[in-house]
Design a protein around this ligand. Structure first.
Ligand code: COI
Length: 356
């Protein structure tokens, strides 16, 4: 690892929310944060944990103009016997470097990132919510800070990690969400950066999400950018469908996110000997399967969203209501096992939950 992380503890403790019910998603932040700088010629240097604070940036910093920035999302949980578990952290850190590569950001030392996460979470451990359904969300991110307006990879960056105690991502809690199948806007195209966890991918989705929200839908389901026909992903999660006895999810095609929860659910379903297919799925196939009664369940997966049942899909005015708008048995079973492993309340045959 090589570099020592310096620590400056905060002299003041921030006010925590009065009740866990107020947490919501990403509204509160803990007492400390991690920062590390990159300067061309010197590499990544000066890793440090400092009190949570605003950062000072030049208005010409490239991140403001050209969006050279990537992020990750991870969670830690407190077990009933006071252990702290992190879910598959190595996979997120590898994905962070894959996103870096796509956006021409210099790679991070993965061991150092893991150590930074570990130390930061331990310092702010009293912020980890203990209630079922709540957790401490970890948001690592990198911004390009060079203050020149030429379009070129930045020569300077800041890598930061902030922590936020969270409840459920959706207002619906663990109840099913309604999703609008988007047929006007697209999120990503093959060869673009859809597979990277880059801020711009989410900015590109805001307009469609805003319009869907006016119609009463929580998020949009993206179709592919070329044919506007094949299912890609939902705003903040990957997506699964149960047709007959088979569970389908879009294959990793270079324009959707390689979700850590997606991968975990696939492994779990295969472990249960449930037939699984990763492949192209067209919206017509879903509509036909709904018509013949074979489309029985749909759910989304993500770090923030965990396992989120989908109660209704709307495509061009046609409403596909699933499980009478209630949580289906497969989504419930997957939710129980994934969250049980994450919280250390059931055995973890995969070795996913890492104790800090
Ligand atoms: C996550 O699931 O961690 C995400 O990054 C989704 C998000 C944009 C809230």
């Amino acid at each position: 690892m090589g570099q020592t992380i310096t620590v400056e503890l905060s002299s003041a403790k921030k006010q925590k929310p009065a009740s866990p019910a107020l947490l919501g998603f990403g509204k509160y932040f803990t007492d400390h944060m991690f920062i590390m700088n990159y300067d061309q010629g010197e590499g990544w240097h000066h890793p440090r944990i400092v009190p949570y604070q605003p950062i000072l940036l030049d208005p010409a910093a490239k991140v403001f103009h050209y969006g050279q920035t990537v992020f990750e999302g991870m969670k830690v949980y407190q077990t009933l016997d006071q252990r702290i578990l992190m879910f598959r952290p190595a996979k997120n850190i590898q994905r962070l470097n894959a996103s870096n590569d796509r956006l021409s950001i210099p790679p991070l030392n993965e061991e150092l990132v893991l150590e930074a996460l570990r130390q930061l979470v331990l310092i702010d451990r009293d912020w980890i919510p203990s209630e079922q359904g709540n957790s401490l969300y970890i948001r690592p991110f990198i911004i390009a800070t060079q203050n020149t307006l030429g379009v070129a990879p930045s020569e300077n960056y800041q890598f930061m990690i902030i922590l936020s105690p969270v409840g459920s991502y959706y207002e619906e809690g663990i109840n099913p969400v309604s999703i609008y199948v988007e047929d006007q806007f697209v999120r990503a195209v093959p060869g673009g950066m859809g597979t990277a966890k880059a801020g711009g991918n989410y900015a590109a989705g805001l307009k469609a999400q805003q319009l869907a929200s006016v119609k009463g839908y929580s998020q949009v389901l993206w179709l592919d950018g070329v044919h506007r026909k094949y299912i890609e992903e939902v705003g903040s999660m990957n997506v699964f469908f149960k047709i007959g006895n088979t569970v389908l999810t879009p294959a990793l095609n270079g324009s959707i996110l390689d979700g850590v929860t997606r991968d975990s659910v696939l492994q779990l379903l295969r472990h249960w000997n449930i037939p699984v297919q990763e492949r192209l799925i067209s919206i017509d196939e879903l509509i036909d399967a709904f018509g013949s009664g074979e489309l029985v369940e749909a759910f989304g997966t993500g770090t923030a969203a965990v396992i989120s049942p989908i109660g209704e899909l709307c495509f061009q005015g046609k409403k596909l209501t699933l499980q009478e708008g209630k949580t289906g048995p497969l989504a419930a079973q997957v939710y129980d096992v994934i969250t049980g492993i994450q919280r250390g309340s059931i055995p973890d045959p995969f070795g996913w939950a890492k104790e800090l």
